[in-house]
Design a protein around this ligand. Structure first.
Ligand code: FES
Length: 80
């Protein structure tokens, strides 16, 4: 087989953009107020941009222990 062809196959994963892994709807994000991923998606289904201050207003997220907001870097980009 052609060595260039084999090398191209070896590097194929570098050419394919990484698929973003979205969270399942049922995953609980805020344990204090029982807010899951679906609740968050429903709140921003038009804009598809999650706003933490609106989540706090509408769903009380962050108004308990606050750990859901503190850990937002772990889940924020996996909603949409
Ligand atoms: S987990 Fe959201 S306020 Fe505690």
């Amino acid at each position: 087989m052609d060595e260039d062809f084999l090398r191209a196959i070896d590097n194929l994963d570098e050419l394919i953009p990484e698929q973003k892994q979205l969270l399942d709807d049922e995953i609980l994000i805020c344990e204090c107020f029982c807010v899951n991923v679906r609740d968050i998606r429903d709140s921003f289904k038009e804009s598809k941009k999650v706003d933490l201050s609106i989540l706090s207003e509408r769903l009380c997220m962050g108004k308990g222990c606050g750990s859901c907001i503190k850990s937002s870097s772990e889940w924020l980009d996996k909603i949409f």
